[in-house]
Design a protein around this ligand. Structure first.
Ligand code: KG4
Ligand code: ZN
Length: 319
C-alpha cells in the first residue's frame, strides 16, 4: 500500500446528527480531485504509474457513487486506463488481504458496517455466499442510534466504544438478542435501551450512561461473536476475517480473537482499514477484476471510443 488518503466528512455532517446525502455527494465532487494529488504525493508516484482504476459501484448513497464513478471514468479516459466497478462489501473483506499478504480464500467473513451485519463464506476470490444477516438494524446502525440516545452525537460508534471503556455492563444489564440460526436482530435491544433510559429519567447520570454503553456494546458484540462461533462450528475453515467499520470496536476485536483462537487464523484489519477507505477497493479490484491483468499496458478502447460505462447500484448486495 503506497498511499491511503481518507477525507472524513464527519465535520460536515455532525451538526445534523447523521449523513446528509446531498451534502455528501457535493463534498465528494469538491474533494475527490484534490485527494488524487495527495495520494500521488504520498506514494511518490504520478498518473503514469497507474495501471488500473478501481471504484466503488455500490452499495452506498447514489449521489456519492455517481460522483466516484464519474471521476474514475473521467480519469480512465484521460489516462487511457481500464476502470472496474467494485462492490463496497467485498472491499471490506479485501482490506484483510492488505493486512496479511498470505491470506487466501476459502474463508469465513463477518462484515459489520453501518448498513450490514453479514456472515459470508468466501470459497474463492470474487465469490461470496451470505450465510447470516440481520433481520432489522445493522450493528453499526444500532451503535449509532444507541449513541444518540446516550447523547453522544455523531459518529456514534467510536464515541460509544470510548464511553463503554469507562462503564460496567453488569450494573445495567441489557438483553442479548437471540434468534435461531445465523440471524441477527438489534432493534429489540435498541428499544430496551430506550425504555431503560426512560425509566431512569433524571437518574441517568454519567455513570449510568457509561454502564449502559458498556451493556449495549456487550449485547451487540456477544450476539455477533455467538453466530460467528456457530458458523465456525458448522463448517470449519482455516481463515476468518472480521471487517467493516464496527470491526474497529475494542470489545469486538478482543472477543472475536478469543472465540476464533485455536480453531482458525483470525485477520482483523487495523482500524484505519476497517472503516471505509480506498485501499480496500483497490485490493478488491486487484484480486477480482480480470482487467487488473492489464496493469502497466495501455488500454485499447474498442474503436477508439469511450469505455463501457460502470453501472452504479446503491442497493447492491453481495452479488
Ligand atoms: O464500514 P463503515 O466505515 O461504513 C459503512 O460502510 O457503513 O462503518 C461505519 C460504522 C458506523 O456505524 C460507525 O458508528 C461504526 O462503523 N463504528 C464503530 C466503531 N468505529 C466505527 N462501531 C463501534 N465501535 C467502533 N469503535
Ligand atoms: Zn463500509
Amino acid at each position: 500500500m503506497l498511499a491511503n488518503v481518507v477525507h472524513s466528512q464527519i465535520d460536515l455532517h455532525k451538526d445534523f446528527g447523521g449523513v446528509v446525502p446531498e451534502l455528501a455527494s457535493r463534498d465528494h465532487l469538491e474533494r475527490l480531485p484534490h485527494l488524487f494529488d495527495r495520494a500521488f504525493a504520498d506514494a511518490g508516484a504520478g498518473p503514469e504509474d497507474v495501471g488500473f482504476i478501481a471504484v466503488t459501484r455500490g452499495p452506498g448513497l447514489a449521489g456519492c457513487l455517481l460522483v466516484g464513478v464519474g471521476v474514475a471514468e473521467g480519469l480512465g479516459a484521460s489516462w487511457q486506463r481500464p476502470v472496474a466497478g467494485i462492490n463496497h462489501l467485498w472491499g471490506h473483506v479485501y482490506a484483510a488481504m492488505l493486512t496479511r499478504l498470505d491470506l487466501e480464500p476459502p474463508l469465513l467473513g463477518l462484515v459489520v458496517s453501518g448498513a450490514h451485519s453479514d456472515l459470508v463464506r468466501m470459497p474463492e476470490h470474487g465469490r461470496f455466499e451470505v450465510i447470516g444477516r440481520t433481520r432489522d438494524d445493522a450493528a453499526g446502525e444500532a451503535f449509532d442510534k444507541a449513541a444518540r440516545m446516550l447523547g453522544l452525537g455523531y459518529p456514534g460508534g467510536p464515541a460509544l466504544d470510548r464511553l463503554a471503556r469507562t462503564g460496567d455492563a453488569r450494573r445495567q444489564p441489557l438483553p442479548k438478542p437471540s434468534l435461531p440460526g445465523l440471524e441477527y436482530s438489534f432493534s429489540g435491544l435498541k428499544t430496551a435501551l430506550l425504555y431503560r433510559l426512560r425509566d431512569l429519567g433524571e437518574a441517568a447520570g454519567p455513570r449510568e450512561k457509561a454502564d449502559l454503553a458498556a451493556a449495549f456494546e456487550q449485547s451487540v458484540v456477544e450476539s455477533l461473536v455467538e453466530k460467528l462461533d456457530a458458523a465456525l462450528s458448522r463448517e470449519p475453515v482455516a481463515e476468518v476475517v472480521v471487517a467493516g467499520g464496527v470491526a474497529a470496536n475494542t470489545l469486538l476485536r478482543r472477543r472475536a480473537a478469543e472465540v476464533v483462537a485455536g480453531r482458525a487464523r483470525l485477520t482483523m484489519p487495523p482500524l484505519e482499514l476497517c472503516t471505509d477507505n480506498a485501499a480496500m477497493i483497490a485490493a478488491a479490484g486487484y484480486f477480482t477484476s480480470p482487467r487488473s491483468g492489464e496493469v502497466g499496458s495501455r488500454l485499447r478502447l474498442p474503436g477508439g471510443g469511450v469505455p463501457q460505462s460502470i453501472t452504479v447500484d446503491p442497493s447492491l448486495g453481495w452479488g
